[in-house]
Design a protein around this ligand. Structure first.
Ligand SMILES: [Zn+2]
Length: 361
């Protein structure tokens, strides 16, 4: 496999010209904040396929044409487990040597085409380590993964102004030792890393919670922010996972709270916990049959005073960029313009590293 060289500028444009342009507008010019985006799902199929061709990757045998990769990613899934499996295809390609390629293109696209001013990118560093290494070596390599993303993002944001931070995901399929190390890594890499998250199949949450809960308490006491994929599906909405709620700054998804446990909304509003709602995701995971079902989710949150941010979850896999998520909610009358503006404002107010006013819509 050949090593990919990161590109930080279009080949046809002199670097000096780009530097001059970016230094003149160092503050992000975009209007949107993305609070829930996975590194594995942020990559557009054509960008991923170009990388596979560049290194003559074995996956090309399964997906010789980019259209086949697009079809694989956009096919609706029958369960969250099935959907989560999709990430494994991308994670095995995103390793230390390819991270600069993917992060540079992600940030370039976010600024030039997605109109973003702010991005929190979440990832589980364990799944980017070399699986052939023994566990202790993989634990150590997680540090390099986080560092590689920091390095690549620093280079990219020099040319494409964007406030960029990482969120490290613990995972319900991983051992307590690995999850503990991820939480420690998040602390060690502050302020490039701003928070910890919990991801993975939510049917495993009940077993993971006893180990993860103390990690959340400790992370908060050490100045890290917190979020977790919670109340995304009916099966992930048990009384057990409710114990995690008070320890979160934001709630990843949380749509089952207004749908099934609306009495919890009052406390969520009181604690000023923002729901990260990713409209396209629920149809793709099979959690909701139509986007229209979100109308009552938003209504109940607004009525209770619970803040809501609109996010994509996996914009590349879904082929739906953040501005389109907003537009789609508006033109389909899921939310009004003033409600959309409130969500837009919430996304900046609840961002873990945004300072200053919310950009005007
Ligand atoms: Zn997610």
């Amino acid at each position: 496999m050949t090593r990919a060289s990161p590109e930080h500028a279009p080949r046809s444009t002199p670097r000096a010209t780009i530097r001059a342009a970016s230094s003149a507008s160092a503050r992000p010019a975009g209007r949107f904040a993305e609070l829930h985006l996975h590194l594995g799902g942020a990559v557009l199929p054509n960008i991923l396929h170009a990388y596979l061709r560049r290194v003559d990757h074995p996956l090309l045998r399964r997906y010789p044409h980019v259209e086949m990769l697009e079809r694989y990613f956009t096919r609706p899934r029958h369960s969250l487990d099935d959907y989560v499996n999709m990430h494994k295809v991308v994670e095995r390609v995103q390793r230390l040597d390819s991270i600069p390629y993917f992060v540079q293109r992600l940030i370039r696209g976010a600024v030039l085409f997605d109109n973003l001013a702010y991005m929190e990118l979440r990832h589980c560093p364990w799944f980017r380590t070399d699986a052939s290494l023994p566990e202790e070596a993989r634990l150590a390599q997680m540090d390099e993964v986080v560092g590689a993303i920091t390095h690549a993002s620093t280079n990219a944001t020099d040319h494409y102004p964007l406030v960029f931070r990482q969120i490290l995901c613990m995972h319900s399929t991983l051992s307590p030792t690995i999850n503990r190390r991820i939480a420690e890594l998040a602390k060690a890499h502050m302020p490039d890393v701003v928070a910890i998250d919990l991801a993975g199949p939510d049917r495993l949450y009940a077993g993971a919670l006893a180990d993860v809960l103390p990690l959340y308490k400790r992370a908060r006491s050490r100045g890290l922010h917190t979020t977790a994929h919670l109340f995304e599906t009916p099966q992930g909405s048990s009384r057990m996972v409710e114990k995690l709620l008070p320890h979160l700054d934001r709630i990843g998804h949380g749509i089952q709270i207004p749908l099934r446990r609306p009495t919890l909304l009052k406390a969520i509003a009181r604690r000023k916990q923002c729901l990260e709602i990713c409209p396209t995701s629920y149809v793709r995971t099979g959690t909701l049959t139509t986007g229209a079902a979100l109308r009552s989710v938003f209504r109940k949150c607004f009525d209770a005073g619970a803040p809501v941010a609109i996010c994509t979850d996996n914009s590349g896999m879904h082929s739906v960029r953040l501005p389109h998520e907003y537009e789609s909610l508006l033109v389909n009358d899921i939310i009004s313009f003033s409600e959309m503006a409130a969500c837009h404002d919430a996304s900046f107010r609840h961002a873990f590293a945004w300072s200053g006013p919310t950009p005007r819509l």
